[in-house]
Write a protein that binds this ligand. Structure first.
Ligand code: MN
Length: 491
């Protein structure tokens, strides 16, 4: 290669390098230490509540104090506020006024899981189970035959709240969702992956040891309730006021002979949340106020009081702005927000789902994702679903439209007014539609809705031009058969 070309390559071409080739010994040790802390954070925070709690404990150890409404804040002050135990926001007050904007990082701490339904406990064939409702983007087949833990809170009859954590400690029992034996699963095996394990079959096995009294019904259910009552004071009714989550058991583990990967439940998106936390702990006296958001409910569209569609973030920022005499809108207009989440790194095992030239790679640092992959650039880039054309069917005046099934009249077209009998589909909205200053890259979009489907019968009411009136047998039918092509029955 000529010197000129070499220089040009260096000057013009991207030259990404594997992180292992660029870090020195000290940096590698620092990275390993960071990963050890990250694994501890994963292990301590298997649910959004536990993640928030772990982050608060770490923050308080670093001098963060709970934010109180109207609190006077000066540069360098460190505060946090927890939204209903499930969302968390932290701030380090900057030297500049909030009117100059804040530097915001946002990630979510809720992960896909199975929630218990409000009446979860039942017994069938002398075994007790929990009915579950899946939360977030789970791949159902991954949830059978793996050990599971149960975490959450239950509000008891007297209003007191108890924490429930079963399955995480060494001698704790764990739970499982059954799957079929290979030879019984032949039919199941022919189904598409996403249909082979129906969501309604994700029932968690709880026990098979009955309550002693042989004459009572619900013996297996009672056996479970007896245990829960002794341990936590729970009765069946208390499940209604509970938030219990079923998550994979086990701790974050190193993967590979060289320990270069970490396997764990809940990387999405605690990997970003933890990075944010480590980042804000490093922000000792920032110029601009540094803000960190740990959002809940991202997995299900950021809904709810602890999700980003709530006013919690605006409230927190607005209140801090007010104490500085700053309008929230001025602060937001000058703020910068890094919205973080996990993305997929190129995996040669599934090469066909990646565009190798535009993929993130393991060990190449932070991945920047400008759009997601489903539906073209759907759900990502300023697109709006297309509405369908109207289908207009012209019918003669006097047509009666009836529902084919019930026979009910839907419309009686006795004048020229058009009638809509089945609404057409509606185009969806891309995520750009939902973007706000604080939610710059919404991870949700609204899918289009299919149109109404309807079977109808059309009847034409005949309107006569001439009427022929006469007594029976005076020759009305004979007259018509003679002067027209009609063939009436002549008596
Ligand atoms: Mn995520």
């Amino acid at each position: 290669m000529s010197e000129e070309m070499k220089a040009l390559r260096e000057q013009l071409l991207r030259n990404d390098k594997n992180g292992y080739d660029t870090l020195d010994e000290a940096q590698l040790a620092e990275m390993e230490a960071y990963c050890a802390d990250y694994k501890a954070f994963l292990n301590a925070g298997k649910t959004e509540r536990l993640s928030a709690r772990a982050a608060i404990a770490a923050a308080e150890a670093k001098g963060f104090v709970q934010y109180k409404r109207g609190m006077a804040l000066k540069a360098g002050d460190k505060v946090y506020t927890c939204n209903r135990g499930k969302g968390l926001m932290l701030a380090v007050i900057g030297k500049e006024s909030l009117a100059e904007g804040a530097q915001i990082a946002a990630a979510h701490i809720d992960s896909p899981r199975l929630d218990l339904k409000p009446t979860p406990l039942y017994e069938d064939s002398e075994m007790a189970y929990f009915k579950t409702h899946y939360y977030g983007g789970i791949r159902k087949y991954q949830w059978v035959t793996i050990p599971l833990e149960l975490h959450g809170v239950v509000v008891l009859h007297d209003g007191s709240k108890v924490d429930v954590h079963i399955g995480g400690k060494e001698d704790d029992p764990q739970f499982i969702i059954n799957d079929l034996l290979p030879h019984l699963g032949r039919e199941q095996g022919k189904k598409p992956l996403n249909e082979a394990i129906p969501s309604e079959s994700l029932n968690v096995l709880l026990g098979g040891k009955p309550f002693e009294d042989k004459d009572c019904s619900d013996r297996f259910k009672l056996g479970v309730l007896q245990y829960l009552n002794a341990q936590y004071g729970i009765t069946e009714e208390d499940f209604i006021s509970a938030e219990l989550e079923v998550v994979p058991a086990g701790k974050a583990r190193d993967i590979g002979f060289d320990r270069s990967f970490i396997a764990s439940y809940g990387h999405d998106d605690r990997v970003c949340a933890y990075a944010e936390l480590a980042g804000i702990f490093d922000a000792v006296s920032p110029k601009k106020t540094a803000v960190c958001i740990f959002a809940d409910k991202e997995e299900i569209g950021s809904e709810g009081v602890s999700g980003m569609l709530s006013q919690a973030f605006e409230w927190f920022m607005g209140d801090m702005c007010r104490t500085q005499g700053v309008a929230l809108s001025d602060c937001f207009a000058n703020s910068f927000c890094l919205s973080a989440d996990v993305t997929a790194a190129y995996d040669p095992n599934f090469a066909d789902v990646y565009d190798k030239r535009n993929s993130a790679f393991v060990n190449y640092g932070v991945a920047l994702c400008k759009y997601t992959g489903s539906g073209g650039k759907g759900g990502a880039s300023l697109c709006h679903g297309k509405n369908a054309e109207n289908l207009v069917i012209k019918v003669p005046l006097g047509t009666v439209i009836k529902d084919a099934e019930s026979g009910l009249v839907i419309a009686d077209l006795s004048d020229h007014t058009p009638v809509t009998i089945a609404k057409g589909g509606r185009g969806g909205y891309g995520n750009a539609h939902f973007a706000t200053p604080t939610r710059q890259i919404p991870k949700f979009a609204k899918p289009g809705m299919p149109g109404e489907d309807l079977q109808v019968t059309l009847e034409l009411k005949l309107i006569a031009d001439v009427g022929l009136i006469g007594f029976p047998n005076v020759g009305k039918s004979t007259l018509i058969s003679t002067i027209s092509a009609a063939k009436p029955k002549i008596a």
